[in-house]
Write a protein of this length. Sequence first.
Lengths: 164, 900
Amino acid sequence: MWLVFLHLFHKRETIQYPEEKVKLFPRWRGRIVLTKDPDGGERCVGCYLCAAACPVDCIALQATEDENGRRYPEFFRINFSRCIFCGFCEEACPTYAIQLIPDFEMGEYNRQNLVFEKEDLLINSEGKYPGYNFYKVAGIDAGIKGKGQGENELPAVDTKSLLP
Amino acid sequence: MPTIFIDNLPYEVKEGKNLLETCLSLGFDLPYFCWHPAMGSVGACRQCAVKIFKDENDSTGRIMMSCMEAVKEGLRLSIADPTARAFRKQNIEWLMTNHPHDCPVCDEGGSCHLQDMTVMTGHDYRRYTFKKRTHVNQYLGPLLNHEMNRCIQCYRCVRFYREYAGGTDLNVFGAHHHVYFGREKDGVLESPFSGNLAEVCPTGVFTDKTLKQHYTRKWDLTSAPSICQHCSMGCNIIAGERYGKLRCIVNRYNSDVNGYFICDKGRYGYEFVNSVSRIAEPLIRNQPVEAVNETALMRHLEGLVTQFPLVGIGSPRASMESNFALMELVGKENFFQGTNDDQAYLERRMVEMLQQDGLPGVSLKAIENADAVLILGEDIWNTAPMMALAVRQSVMKTAADQAVQQSSLANWHDAAIKELVQDKKGFLANITVADAPLNKLATISAQDCPDNIARLGFAIAQVLHPVLPPVSGIPENDLQKIQLIATALQKAERPVIITGSSSCSETVIKAAYNIVQSLRATGKDAGISFVFPECNSMGLALMNVPSLENALERIRTNSDCTVIVLENDIFRHIVPEKADMFLSRCKHLVVMDSLHNRTTEKAHVLIPSATFAEADGTLVNNEGRAQHYYQVYMPFNPHIKESWKWLDKIKKLKTPSAGRSALHPDECLAELESVLPQFENITGVMPSHQFRINGQSIPREPHRYSGRTAMRAHIAVSEAKPLQDGDSPLTYTMEGYPGIPPESLTPFFWSPGWNSGQAVNKYQQETGGALRNENPGVMLFKHNKDHIGKFITDYPDPFTPIPGKYLLLPQHQLFGSEEMSAYSETLSELIPDMVIALSGNDAKTLGVTDGAMIAIEKNEFSYPLPLKIRNDLKSGIVLVPAGYQAMPYFPWGSWVKLRV
């Protein structure tokens, strides 16, 4: 009883949510978003790795291409009523496109509203990993840089030359 | 059987193989790039290094390329040796120095041999900090995407394209690490086997361009074992689906039929399944609302099938199950082949020759192993491309075998053998109506009219078997040819004669028959291969029912009938007036098909039927091999059903008390077998639909299949029960038996660490050999070795042109002549122009030049086409493309007039 009484004078652990917000750290794994690259383009290239990594198979997408050959998702759907926020998708993502952000306030009365489409997921920000644009380091020409014009690339080979 | 020691353990292995294939056959994981079981070793990539020891006391050993070393008694090697492992890892690291950071956007990812091998060797982080070399890509046509940066210089593409498939327009350019694999300049790849580059290339340099339009990773595909529907060869394929659309076709290895490759028509012809002009709903025409549901349709049909006599028109492109279900519904006396009289007669003759006269029909594999090939009157390059590829292998292999016999080389020593062979070739005689691409390979080639081809054939048979009456009046310059061909066939151990129905001539088939019988009479193990026009022509011909003209006659006498047309465009088989007459006279016309065509336009009742991807079915290929194809996916549209299921429902309307409950394909086949004894054993094509392994079904989806809980979440967030049809031991889920299923039920090739199609080596008894528990289909003909049928002695007269008239013959085109693949948007880009071909002499007589419009006329029929003069044609023949969508059926094989 004495112990209980003493606790009256301790600092309170309970916070008055929702009036008072929870302090969440940047690496907290909450709502999933799709980010954009520094040039404002969609980062997701539709590689399907997040979908393959997802242990509850709650990500479905379809890749498509624009006229320059840039891959992007035609649709990108996450069923949050199945998501377990494990973060495997973020780990698997080769382009930093899919990220888990510190937000958990997703309660819904209707389960159907937990199905997020691409327009619900896409944010106008680079998220946690600024400065990365996959198409600048990839080998393909998707309208971002020509062949041999990337940072780590030699100029395109002239096949007619036999010089070393 | 020599014993070799791998990491100090003894193994009994097969002689004459190289160490790489031996290790792979034993189940070891040894990385490789340039070696391919169908193409042999060149030792170019240096990836399959192992350590070989002199004897058991040698602990130093030396690093050797396992693909270049032969198996020797007592040989000791180590795969696990640290130096060998380090060598393989280092080699990949070097290959990867220039490999781009592309995997997320590369179509090969997830089924990439380079990925698999990199993981296998353990190379993970890039240490090379310098820049990567880059290449500019080329446009290679609508079938293949080119991304040269990804190349690892294994040379497989040019070895396949130039040496295996005989293409000339893909080559390697440049030097050192600048080598470039492509064309001299941008352009469409010419070879009809170019699509195989997507599978042959171990990385993503060449990828399937049609897949790119709706890209899906291999692990996300719902796949099923299937059979190609675009010619009579019956190549085995794997079809993959995602989100209700068919995504791609890849080769399914079958050691007897197609081996490792398929042609472009088979690979890219699938797009018709996704076509927007698919028939989506049952239609009852001439009523205010034409689209109806199943109940209304059945109510309507009930009247039609119970109150009127029935007539059924079968189809050479529908499965055995569907054709049989229709026959059961209408009764055998009311069931007609969907092909015209002439065609049905030719097919019937070919079937009789195989069935009764004991002709030994041979598989594609046997053609590959033949040592002399004679083609009579069939343009196999266009009507059966995989057979042309097999003939090419026969020609190359015969030359290689002869070279090998004179040296100590093993037959897998590809580069060395090529050096030895130079441009020597095996024997091929190609006697066709028009010049054909195979002539480049042929020892003897000639172009002539069908009757003269037949006379040539009869004369060859006469030389081989002098008891036969001589053929009189053979031109002097042909005599030498005849002698050469006869001698070559006599010398050969495994000669094969190829012919078919595309020259529209019975005499050609008879001549081929005589040659094979005379070879057999002299004790030769000769084989024959007949080319049929469509994927199930053989199956339909085996049913032995009257032709389409007989149905016409029936309708003429009694038009008060309900005619049911099964997956058949009548306009492709008879001339338009007759087809129109037939269709307009039917009191009720019920048509079942998957796509709209000229016949469905006339239908009173139209029923949507499933394509091969949405159906189970059995096809009989040109050698009488029955093979089953499995449903790849259940269409979202509930109206689309297999024709045999629709017909079964209709049959229940007609005889509700019949109590026939055959709803599964295996039960349909059992019934077929009991009704038509010529289909004996056909049930062996597939295991019972209740077949399970350890109580488990076989999953159509790989265990990494993604998106199960999100794919349909936008429609309803609660996941529906997985689809079930119960027609086969395959399920539409990723759950089930995880091991290697029986061969004919293999929905995809995958093995731990082997995600690409190269995983097939884990499914084979030995690399390049038969699959484990292989069921390469059921052969419906039993070849009786001792029975040699009667010889044919009614030789045709020599061809004499009739002044003012021309013999009309079909020019089959690889793309465009076959009905369903012509609906494929990608292939339609490659369809050659519609032209009428005449010899130079005939053009001179008519006083016309290239491009002039010439009308073909017969009775009231007239059709104008631009002229192309071909000097390879004989006078008196006119060649017109066959089977084009926009063109009517021509009276092939008849004499027509030409109007300028």
